[in-house]
Design a binder for this molecule. Structure first.
Ligand code: NAP
Length: 249
């Protein structure tokens, strides 16, 4: 049996784990950070919680005799990806990152591109009165400094951070275009703050914003570690199959 550790945190990771579990001679261990109280269901062996930094992950890879690591965390979960890169290098096992391509700005998009969530707060125009915050719940604190606008905050689970002038919408993608259009209209949104997550599941808001001529403060992706990357679940499986061929033939 070949042991494959999949670092999860995206819908792609769930799909990847399910597909890998169908391949014989592979034991998949799916790892979750444990941030959500009701994580999406995963097939096979699941472990939950941090490893204790890059050193902790290095020890885990050794003691659990992991042969391959697939980093399918969110593109903004950069600490985990950095630790995975360092630990797999230290142990000397092959690893790959599954990273959906970033969204590209197209004609009609009114993006204000910024490098961080903190920079997004600074970039919000004073004219924005009704803001749709779609950056998850972990980095809401910087927005508490803004007293003027009203916020619609969408996340999978609620946050401990309270933004007084706001409405909370607990929801998990994928989101349809019809629904995103409706939401932007119903709440009279005049600005969106988003991370450039890439992928289809949350892209409808970008299309709806384009149609309704609403600007988006778009947080660009952080710099990723220098690790081989694939762009889809199927390419991640190909990556592994190629290595298994080399191992077994
Ligand atoms: P992060 O800053 O990169 O990671 C912080 C710490 O959480 C890591 O150092 C690690 O702890 C632990 N961790 C993260 N992912 C893990 C995993 N799959 N298995 C075990 N431990 C993990 O990540 P984050 O931005 O806080 O995100 C947390 C989780 O939510 C990630 O799995 C990510 O994929 C997912 N997520 C993040 C975003 C986002 O915008 N950041 C969006 C959607 C989903 P130790 O150092 O103790 O090992």
């Amino acid at each position: 049996m070949v042991r494959v550790l999949v670092l999860c945190g995206t819908g792609d990771a769930i799909e990847l784990v399910a597909k890998l579990s169908e391949i014989s001679d592979i034991e998949v261990i799916a790892s979750l950070a444990g941030r959500t109280r009701q994580p999406a269901s995963l097939t096979g062996t699941v472990r939950i919680g941090g490893f204790g930094g890059a050193d902790g992950l290095t020890t885990y890879l050794q003691t659990q005799k992991i042969d391959y690591l697939i980093d399918a965390t969110h593109p903004f979960a950069i600490q985990m990806s950095d630790h995975a890169a360092a630990a797999t290098k230290a142990v000397g096992i092959p690893s790959v990152m599954l990273v959906r391509p970033a969204w590209e700005k197209v004609s009609g998009d009114r993006w204000i591109e910024v490098e961080s969530v903190e920079a997004a707060v600074q970039a919000i125009p004073v004219t924005a009165k009704r803001i749709f915050l779609t950056i998850g719940r972990q980095q809401l604190a910087p927005f508490t400094t803004l007293k003027e606008p009203w916020f619609l905050i969408r996340s999978i689970e609620s946050s401990d951070v309270v933004i007084p002038n706001s409405k909370i919408l607990l929801d998990r993608g994928p989101f349809s275009l019809d629904r995103e259009r409706q939401l932007l209209r119903d709440d009279r949104i005049d600005l969106i703050v988003s991370k450039n997550s890439g992928g289809e599941a949350t892209y409808a808001k970008v299309v709806a914003a384009r149609e309704l001529d609403i600007p988006i403060v778009m947080v660009q992706r952080p710099v990723m570690p220098n690790v081989e990357q694939v762009e889809s679940v199927d390419r991640a499986i190909d990556w592994l199959q190629d290595r298994l061929k080399g191992k077994f033939n």
